[in-house]
Design a protein. Structure first.
Length: 404
């Protein structure tokens, strides 16, 4: 029997997920955290936690068993009352919000928003250097002012509205989570006392109370947490404990089984996408593809159950600057040149498509209800293990051609 659990993680301590820059506990050193944890960081924490509860033998096949557990996330969860949690997704890259100036859809703060869409035709004499068959994007509306990048996460309702082609500025959104700087002192391991002058700093992400942005000037205080889902393990877990180390420095997070619900496919999105052939996929988590920014399955079918016979022709993409992912592999071993012993080592750095990126496709036939359900929060990364780790989770939407 395959089990599935939805977890709610509430970091008690500031979360440290290192950005990969060299760091030592030396005088003046500064360790900076990413603004949001990578899927592999979350997957490692959940698998280790579940493996401990399920009695995995970490020296004899345990790591291999743990890697079979599928983990989806992290998804930002926001609660205004501390009881019910609502998912917030990374802002789509095909939406550009401008600070007050110009014309277009506005909110009470005077912001305007335009949609990016594949251009059906270029003006006479225009051209581009995009790969063959990939169309440039054009702004559907008048741009003006400077881009406003404060809306880092959108509520699920606002995201669904955007996926359906509605051009409303998000009514509920979250900025980047705040960060906290701390000063530490290096400890002498033999004397167990501080070493004089050896001060270093860390900058970590705080999951304390934050303010929800909205369509009015009254900011609302809210709690923040992380939702994730674990599946594909052949055991039942009745008690997963209350505490889990998450991120660097073994900082503590509180964990709850079924403390929140996994995002369900809204009926209006299902109805709006059935019968569509122009489908876009918005990345909820960073994606890893063999061809860099481009999915290796483009022109074919992603490795998702329920999509047999449906091919996806890539028409265009709204992709931001690439991000890097690495980490520490407890299975990877390499020779130590000094004593020829095997030891664990770092994972090779890999490039990812950032969350929020949007891919525009044309399918060979209209989608039916089962196809739409299969695409909802599915992972489209090329590698099987990357999909199990939660890279490349998407939500589907529809699009129309724009004109330059």
């Amino acid at each position: 029997m395959s089990s599935e659990i939805v977890f709610l993680l509430r970091p008690r301590d500031p979360l440290m997920v290192r950005d990969g820059r060299p760091f030592n506990a030396e005088a003046g050193a500064y360790a900076r955290s990413l603004s949001w944890p990578m899927p592999s960081t979350l997957a490692g924490a959940i698998r280790t936690h579940l493996g401990g509860k399920l009695g995995f033998d970490w020296r004899n096949g345990g790591p291999e068993e743990a890697l079979k557990i599928e983990v989806q996330g992290p998804i930002l969860a926001v609660s205004e009352d501390g009881v019910s949690w609502q998912p917030y997704l990374p802002a789509p890259k095909d939406a550009i919000i401008f600070k007050p100036k110009g014309k277009g859809k506005t909110d009470n703060g005077g912001n305007t928003m335009v949609r990016l869409s594949p251009c059906s035709s270029l003006t006479n004499g225009a051209g581009c250097n995009l790969p063959e068959g990939v169309l440039p994007l054009t702004a559907l509306g008048e741009t003006g002012g400077k881009p406003d990048n404060s809306r880092v996460f959108w509520s699920l309702d606002d995201t669904v509205s955007w996926l359906l082609g509605e051009d409303n500025i998000p009514q509920k959104w979250m900025p980047e989570l705040p960060k906290e700087a701390r000063i530490h002192v290096k400890i002498d391991p033999e004397k167990r006392t501080s070493e004089e002058g050896k001060l270093f700093s860390t900058l970590s992400v705080c999951f304390s109370d934050c303010s929800i942005g909205g369509d009015d000037s009254r900011a609302k205080s809210a709690c923040t947490a992380i939702i994730c889902r674990a599946a594909s393990f052949e055991h039942d877990v009745t008690n997963c404990g209350r505490v889990v180390p998450f991120g660097g420095e073994r900082r503590v997070s509180m964990i709850e089984m079924d403390g929140a619900s996994w995002p369900q496919l809204p009926d209006e999105l299902l109805k709006g996408l059935v019968g569509q052939k122009q489908i876009k996929l918005q990345m909820v988590t960073p994606g890893i593809f063999k061809e860099g920014w481009k999915p290796g399955w483009a022109g074919g079918t992603p490795s998702i159950d329920g999509l047999s016979g449906v091919t996806f022709k890539l028409m265009s993409a709204a992709v931001d600057r690439r991000v890097v992912v690495s980490g520490w592999d407890y299975r990877y071993k390499h020779k130590n040149n000094t004593n020829n012993n095997e030891r664990r080592g770092p994972k090779p750095a890999r490039w990812c498509v950032p969350a929020g990126s949007v891919y525009f496709f044309e399918t060979n036939k209209p989608l039916d209800e089962s196809h739409v359900r299969s695409l909802w929060f599915a992972s489209v990364s090329d590698g099987e293990q990357d999909r199990r780790d939660g890279f490349g989770i998407v939500v589907p939407g529809k699009w129309d051609y724009g004109k330059q």
